[in-house]
Design a binder for this molecule. Structure first.
Ligand SMILES: [Zn+2]
Length: 226
């Protein structure tokens, strides 16, 4: 196959677009690390570090973590020597504020000699109906955490977890119609403005995110060229 050109990839898409799943598949193919902003913040908060305490103070009270803190946590992670060959960022940057702070930081000491500039921004496009379907239809095995979906991934035997035989299924507390409406609204007003910005820089590629996971990852494979 062709040489791998893209090593610094940003995944963008509305909630429920499947970008976390696709980021994980791509990371495995390219042998680089996925950094999920949400997971990273929660993990950092658990370490009890000075930065972690600042994050926990916000998360625990349901407040937004300020962009300066998110950017610091992301930079700390992407600059780790073991992540030196590249990154796939999932859920970051999520606003123009974050884009500005990130670009400023990677162009200065101590990060400017590490080549952390993004070279590809993948936008997963999915219509709203799809997002409601995907998020509202999902549930999780209460025992082992396996994810299911009433349309796209039902257990082989109705009501019984394929993985552990569990018979109890739960929904995530924030997978409600109201939260999807509000998350989509935030995505449009806060996150979507980064799309034309990256398009102007020539970094943006759009992917149709509808259809089965394997179909979408095949479309990504063609764009990335691995
Ligand atoms: Zn289970």
């Amino acid at each position: 196959m062709t040489a791998l050109n893209y090593r610094h990839i940003i995944m963008v898409g509305p909630p429920g677009s499947g970008k976390g799943t696709q980021a994980a598949i791509l990371a495995e193919k390219l042998q680089i690390t996925t950094i999920s902003a949400g997971e990273l913040l929660r993990a950092e908060a658990r370490t009890g570090s000075e930065l972690g305490k600042q994050i926990a103070a916000k998360i625990d009270f349901g407040k937004m973590v300020p962009p300066e803190i998110i950017v610091r946590a992301m930079l700390q992670e992407v600059a780790k020597p073991e992540n030196g060959t590249g990154y796939i960022m999932d859920g970051f940057p999520r606003s123009m504020d974050q884009v500005g702070l990130f670009e400023e930081a990677i162009s200065k000491e101590p990060y400017n000699n590490q080549n952390l500039q993004p070279d590809l921004v993948l936008l997963l496009q999915v219509p709203d109906e799809y997002i409601y379907d995907r998020i509202l239809g999902r549930s999780q095995c209460a025992k082992c955490g396996e994810m299911y979906h009433e349309k796209f991934k039902t257990p082989k035997v109705f009501g019984v977890c394929d993985h552990c035989g569990g018979k109890e299924f739960t929904k995530r507390a924030d997978d409600t119609y109201e939260t999807v409406v509000s998350r989509l609204r935030t995505y449009r007003s806060v996150t979507a403005p980064i799309i034309p910005y990256y398009e102007e820089k020539g970094l943006l590629k759009c992917i149709d995110g509808t259809g089965p996971i394997s179909v979408v990852s095949e479309k990504i494979r063609k764009v990335v060229g691995y």
